[in-house]
Structure formats: structure tokens, C-alpha cells
Design a protein around this ligand. Structure first.
Ligand SMILES: NC(=O)c1ccc[n+]([C@@H]2O[C@H](COP(=O)([O-])OP(=O)(O)OC[C@H]3O[C@@H](n4cnc5c(N)ncnc54)[C@H](O)[C@@H]3O)[C@@H](O)[C@H]2O)c1
Ligand SMILES: [Fe+2]
Length: 377
């Protein structure tokens, strides 16, 4: 763990609009800036309600973002962005649409390719187009961050691009946009937000300045996720989750996730399990595994989730497992169509994600990862 006097860099969008009914403020902001040619990057569902953003001018809508987008989906987005030659790019959707909007904002019209910018700080600036992000799920916190993830279909690994040039000029977070998220996706994306907070809080690089957001984000998910799953139109619960998601995004920039996300990624890249659902399935296993290394922080997490535990690893596991299972999330790998013959390849893939595993408070050997997949099966 680092201490209070450890250096840290905090990067945030210049403007963050937050609250029910704020979506149309994007249009006013864009008009004031004089942006007349606008490209909205969205998924099929959100593309049908771009008018809620109040944008004016020549508006092009890309409606084909797919969940957990791959490089082919990004190529389509880049073709649309090159053709639109817009002054403003808007990411309108979940993490999938927002991540592709980030990449379009820096790669369209650039001489750099995706392969050349994978990793931290490879993108050449300055960016030539403005970027706005409007999340419609409460999960990724991508609206506040500088990372974008795309799946490489050949290696089935997530390519992670990290650059200050992908930071939004404005993030407009209107919880009303999430009222339509189905219960299953609400549960999965909410656990994703919580996982960002918990993995940053128990991280080797955890920092007091970020712990504040991490523990409050966890508390918000503990208080509101079950409510929003039960009643999608519960505005207070939706707002609590939108805030938790934003706080999770704040955690990702300077600290990032750890073992939980590393073990969840192969479920998404190899078996197309939704990102949040994969995180939920892995969450109790890694939290329990890490408990001996971070007992106090683990207790704080379980308190924030409103679940009583003892210091015993099994009680942490049981409480974290029931938190996810009570939301209706499938907690067995075998029930998600993953064959047990793939567990070795999944363990190899997860073990290779050093950028996250090296953040984990307790070393996760390949054998530990394989055992966790076995236990989750
Ligand atoms: N950049 C980051 O820091 C970061 C962090 C975490 C995850 N991610 C990435 O984000 C992606 C996952 O994003 P996600 O979990 O938000 O899901 P998503 O964007 O893939 O959306 C999931 C599904 O929900 C639908 N949907 C979105 N908003 C809706 C709404 N309001 N009502 C009804 N349906 C709606 C979409 O059409 C889609 O079918 C993954 O690729 C993951 O790797 C990025
Ligand atoms: Fe995530």
C-alpha cells in the first residue's frame, strides 16, 4: 500500500454535469462551443433517442456499437468518423460506445493505428476533435477516464489504450438515461462499478485520495443496487448507482483494478460473458483470496455492502457470493456455457494480464487462478 505522501496524478473531465434531466445540457454546451458537425457513437438501443441530448446542427449517428466491441467494430466506427469529419464526437451508451468514441476521437484522421497506440501514453496529441461522453449504464465509469478497451479476436485478449488525449471535454451523467436498463444488465453493470471501487481500495497502489471515492462508491452500490434491480424507475437508486459508477471511474485512472478484473476478462473475451456478469462471478473468489493480505480493508468493504462477516475467509466468501447471487446473477461458470476443457487456457490468459495482476494485494500464481476457475465452475 502506498501512503498519504505518495505522489498521485488526478485527471478529470473539465465539466461533469450530473443529475436527472441533465442530458439535454449537452446540446447547449455544444452550441455555445460552436460545434455544428457532430458524430454520435452509439448502440442500436440508444441510437433511437439521440434527440434527448438536444444537439443542433449536422448530426450523424453511428448505431452499430456491439457489446464488448472488437477491432472489427472499431474499424467500422473509424470509417464513420473519417466520413463525418465532425468537430465533436459524442459517446452515447455504455462502456462499449464510450470506449469506441474515445478511440475514434484520437484515431480518425490520424496517421496512428490502433496497434501503435495500445498501452499507456502512446497516442500523439493534440486531439483535433472535441469529445463528450454520455453514459447510459451505471457501471464502467468510462465517461471520466482515459482508458479504452477493445477485444482482439485473434488473441481473444483486451487491447487497452490509455491516453490523456482520450479524456472527455464534458461528461453528462443523467441517471434517467439508465431507467431502461434491464434488471440483469443493471445488476451486472452495478457490480462492475463496485468491482472498480473494491479492487482500487484493496489495491497494492491504493491511495488515500482515491480510497475516499472507492469506499463511498462501494457503499452506494450496497445501498442502491438491489433497489434498482427491483424497480428500474427508482430515480434515487439510479442516481446512487450513476454516482457509484462515476466514483469507480475516478478509481480507475490513478489506481486501476487488480486480480478480479484480470480473472474476469477471459470470460468476456473467450466466452462473451458480459463484463459485469463476469466480474460478479469472480468477485467473491478474489475478495476471499485477498482477505489475509488486506483484512481491515476487506472488512470495510463488507461493512459498506451492508453484509456482516467475521475475519474468517469463508465468511467473506459466503457474504460476497450471496450479495451477487441475491441480485439474480448467475454465479456458476458451468451454467454460462463455458466448457471445463477451457479452464487451463483461461488461466493462461488471465495470468498474462500483468498490468492488473501486479496490482493485486496478494500474489496470484497461475495455479491459484486455475483453482479459482475450478471453484467457480
Ligand atoms: N474504459 C474503461 O475504463 C472501462 C471500464 C470498465 C469496462 N469497460 C468496457 O466497457 C464495456 C462494457 O460496457 P457496459 O457494461 O456499459 O455495457 P455495454 O456498453 O456493452 O452495453 C450493454 C448492453 O446494454 C444496452 N444498453 C446500454 N444502455 C442501455 C439503456 N439505458 N437501456 C437499455 N439498454 C441499454 C446496450 O445496447 C448493450 O446491448 C466492455 O467492453 C468493458 O471492457 C471500460
Ligand atoms: Fe470493469
Amino acid at each position: 500500500m502506498v501512503s498519504l505522501d505518495s505522489p498521485i496524478t488526478i485527471i478529470r473531465p473539465e465539466i461533469i454535469e450530473f443529475g436527472v434531466g441533465t442530458a439535454e445540457r449537452l446540446g447547449k454546451w455544444a452550441s455555445d462551443k460552436g460545434y455544428a458537425r457532430i458524430l454520435v457513437i452509439s448502440d442500436a438501443f440508444n441510437a433511437t433517442r439521440v434527440d434527448t441530448l438536444g444537439l443542433k446542427g449536422e448530426i450523424t449517428v453511428f448505431a452499430d456499437v456491439t457489446p464488448e466491441p472488437d477491432t472489427a467494430n472499431l474499424e467500422k466506427v473509424l470509417a464513420a468518423a473519417n466520413a463525418a469529419d465532425s468537430q465533436l464526437i459524442v459517446g452515447f451508451g455504455g462502456g462499449s460506445a464510450m470506449d469506441l468514441a474515445k478511440l475514434a476521437a484520437v484515431l480518425a484522421g490520424s496517421s496512428q493505428t490502433l496497434r501503435e497506440v495500445v498501452g499507456p501514453n502512446k497516442v500523439h496529441g493534440p486531439r483535433r476533435v472535441a469529445l463528450a461522453q454520455v453514459p447510459t449504464t451505471a457501471g464502467t465509469g468510462s465517461e471520466a477516464g482515459i482508458r479504452a478497451l477493445v477485444t482482439d479476436p485473434e488473441t481473444m485478449a483486451k487491447l487497452a489504450v490509455e491516453s490523456i488525449h482520450m479524456l472527455a471535454d464534458i461528461a453528462v451523467i443523467d441517471p434517467a438515461l439508465t431507467f431502461t436498463v434491464p434488471a440483469r444488465t443493471t445488476a451486472a453493470t452495478g457490480v462492475d462499478a463496485m468491482a472498480h471501487c473494491v479492487e482500487a481500495f484493496t489495491n497494492r497502489k491504493a491511495h488515500p485520495m482515491i480510497d475516499l471515492y472507492a469506499i463511498e462508491g462501494t457503499r452506494l452500490v450496497g445501498k442502491y443496487l438491489a433497489r434498482a434491480v427491483k424497480d428500474g424507475a427508482d430515480a434515487e437508486a439510479r442516481a446512487g448507482l450513476a454516482l457509484a459508477s462515476l466514483y469507480g471511474g475516478f478509481c480507475l485512472g490513478p489506481v486501476n483494478t487488480a486480480g478480479g478484473h484480470a480473472l474476469a476478462y477471459p470470460l468476456g473475451t473467450r466466452w462473451h460473458i458480459a463484463h459485469g456478469a463476469a466480474n460478479a462471478l469472480i468477485f467473491p473468489h478474489v475478495l476471499a483470496f485477498n482477505t489475509p493480505s488486506v483484512p481491515e480493508k476487506t472488512r470495510a468493504v463488507m461493512d459498506a455492502l451492508g453484509r456482516k462477516t467475521s475475519d474468517d475467509v469463508q465468511s467473506v466468501f459466503d457474504a460476497a457470493y450471496s450479495f451477487c447471487a441475491d441480485l439474480g446473477i448467475e454465479m456458476k461458470l458451468s451454467a454460462l456455457g463455458v466448457p471445463d476443457s477451457d479452464l487451463d487456457a483461461m488461466a493462461d490468459d488471465a495470468f498474462a494480464i500483468r498490468r492488473l495482476l501486479d496490482n493485486n494485494p496478494r500474489d496470484l500464481a497461475r495455479a491459484d487462478i486455475r483453482s479459482i476457475y475450478e471453484a467457480a465452475y
